[in-house]
Design a protein around this ligand. Structure first.
Ligand SMILES: Cc1ncc(COP(=O)(O)O)c(C=O)c1O
Length: 407
């Protein structure tokens, strides 16, 4: 094989031999540290996406890398056929952090969501008394919960869904944030409502204030489980440990992922109280890698970082600066911005450029971000970012829209 050196060399190779299920920006990252990444040609970029919140603590956070290195020297995989000395401490710490009794560890976010759906259905049959095969789960229009066949069965995004049928039954989708529609959809067979506290893939769509508390009340009144998918929104991103806590809401089940693995290993989990979680019995659910000692050691170190509250506080402190800088662009090439904590969705005026074009221009200015749904870009820098560094991002975006408007 000829030697690879430029970004284009690597991109050409990838194009030939890796499936085309993504359309990345033309940047080939070789090295990453904190909020910065460097490509194979030595160009440096500020990572304003953070692996869709998987890198909430930045790249290679020293405490997380140390936890992983220490564990690599001890044991990495046992399978759940045996116990390991990392799983219990990890689950105890995570349960305490999110205020639940028990944890079911998995690997990817989609697996955590699948697990929560299975738990909810089983709870419906065994505890609520729903007739066999009749369980219904209510989901939200515009949802994104992962890529499995069941999950895409209740997606309304044709890109995610088309040509993958036949689809899994038992889901009803209602408009996001519409309590009346949820109430109307709930019937005697309804076991759960699955909701993202903020819809990340939809462009950081924040429901109206009061929606989550209202949903909590409704679920309690109707004996329906509230499942909050905190995989992208949770673990510090919005300034609280869980996004539900921003409105003082406690869900019955949480799905967690992304940042739980510290950007090092895939770690996901479902958290729930014992009366719900105990519908899962030996042999009825599992994963070869879920709860492995390496993942558990990193997950525990992530929980320890979150326990200090420092990263949540930084996100909360910087929200105002972030909002102010982005709102100043409204009418200047930006139609709308939505900000919570260190998470922003920015709708670029469609007559100016697409989200993807904006991200390409941002990359040229040394800032990496990701477009979604045509004209929206998402910013989600590591929670370790400083005020000055955050200004680099908002200044770059200001330049991109100003230059496009002048062109
Ligand atoms: C809210 C939400 N749930 C689930 C997932 C799926 O996670 P994974 O890609 O790790 O399967 C994602 C991924 O973006 C997500 O944003």
């Amino acid at each position: 094989m000829t030697e690879l050196s430029t970004n284009q060399d690597f991109i050409d190779l990838e194009d030939k031999v890796a499936a085309h299920n993504y359309s990345p920006l033309p940047v080939v990252v070789e090295h990453a540290e904190g909020i910065w990444v460097t490509d194979v040609e030595g160009n440096r970029y500020l990572d304003a996406l953070s692996g869709y919140s998987a890198l909430n603590f930045g790249h290679r956070h020293p405490a997380l890398v140390q936890a992983a290195k220490d564990q690599l020297d001890r044991s990495t995989l046992t399978s759940r056929a045996f116990h390991n000395d990392q799983l219990g401490p990890f689950c105890a710490k995570l349960a305490e952090l999110v205020g639940k009794d028990m944890i079911l560890p998995m690997n990817t976010g989609a697996e955590a969501v699948e697990t929560a759906l299975k738990i909810a259905r089983k709870w419906g049959y065994l505890v609520k008394g729903v007739p066999a095969e009749q369980a219904k789960i209510i989901v939200m229009d515009g949802n994104f919960h992962g890529r499995t066949t069941t999950i895409i069965s209740f997606s309304d995004d044709p890109e995610a869904r088309d040509h993958y049928g036949p689809y899994t039954q038992g889901f009803e989708s209602v408009p996001y944030g519409d309590l009346a529609a949820i109430e109307a959809a709930i019937d005697d067979h309804t076991v759960a409502v699955l909701v993202e506290p903020i819809q990340g893939e939809q462009g950081v769509k924040i429901p109206k204030e009061g929606f989550l508390p209202g949903l909590r009340e409704l679920c309690t009144a109707k004996n329906v489980l509230m499942i909050a998918d905190e995989i992208q929104a949770g673990l510090g991103r919005v300034g609280t440990t869980l996004a539900c806590q921003y409105e003082g809401v406690e869900a019955d089940l949480y799905t967690l992922g992304k940042a739980l693995g510290g950007g090092i290993v895939p770690v996901s989990a479902v958290a729930a109280d014992a009366e719900v979680m105990n519908v899962i019995t030996p042999g009825t659910h599992g994963s070869t890698f879920g709860g492995n000692p390496l993942a558990a050691a990193v997950g525990l170190a992530v929980c320890e970082l979150l326990e200090t509250g420092e990263h949540q506080q930084n996100a909360a402190n910087l929200e105002g600066q972030f909002r102010e800088a982005l709102e100043a662009l409204i009418g200047q090439g930006v139609d709308e911005v939505r900000v919570r904590g260190l998470w922003a969705g920015i709708d670029i005026s469609t007559d100016l450029m697409t989200g993807k074009e904006a991200c390409k221009k941002l990359a040229k200015k040394g800032v990496l971000a990701k477009d979604t749904h045509g004209s929206t870009i998402r910013l989600a820098p590591p929670l370790t970012i400083t005020s000055e560094e955050l200004k680099i991002i908002t200044d770059a975006l200001t330049e991109v829209v100003t230059e496009a408007k002048q062109a």
